[in-house]
Design a binder for this molecule. Structure first.
Ligand code: NI
Length: 160
């Protein structure tokens, strides 16, 4: 496993549409392992393959540090409710902004054996599912921010 370089806003790869995964080759298995390692090392709750420069529809998420979720070719099939709160992205370091998302999301995806799985999430997990899946279509949360993008330290004083 290896830590991969996280691409940052302004890198054109982040605005491209990723391709569906048809086969989990050893190379893709390595990519998945590296994505988890890279996400944990960066203290993120999610990472999409284009963020490490690979245009494939693969997402990893872990909102608690104990619930790793792998999604291949994910798509949102149901949403409900609404939540408004701060969001950030490993590709937009040091920044945060307010984004409104559904409070509940259901996703259909494939696991690493390419079996179909369903993942449901509320609150932070719902937010992460929406955010990461948007990366696969070349979108960053900054497009949806209400008001200004803020520096993280302006609101996260208590964590320092
Ligand atoms: Ni992101």
């Amino acid at each position: 496993m290896a830590i991969r370089t996280i691409r940052e806003i302004g890198d054109p790869v982040l605005n491209k549409v990723s391709k569906e995964v048809k086969e989990v080759t050893p190379r893709i298995q390595d990519l998945i392992d590296d994505m988890f390692e890279t996400m944990y090392e960066a203290n993120g709750v999610g990472l999409a393959a284009p963020q490490v420069g690979i245009l494939k529809r693969i997402v990893v998420i872990d909102t608690t540090g104990e619930d790793p979720i792998l999604l291949i070719n994910p798509r949102i099939v149901e949403t409900s409710g609404e939540q408004t709160g701060n969001e950030g992205c490993l590709s937009v370091p040091g920044k945060t902004g307010i984004v409104t998302r559904p409070n509940y999301v259901k996703v259909v995806a494939l696991d690493e054996e390419l079996n179909e799985i369903e993942v449901e999430g509320e609150e932070l997990l719902a937010r992460a599912l929406c955010h990461e899946i948007e990366h696969l279509d070349g979108h960053l949360y900054v497009e949806k921010v209400e008001g200004d993008l803020m520096d993280v330290e302006m609101i996260d004083d208590d964590e320092e």
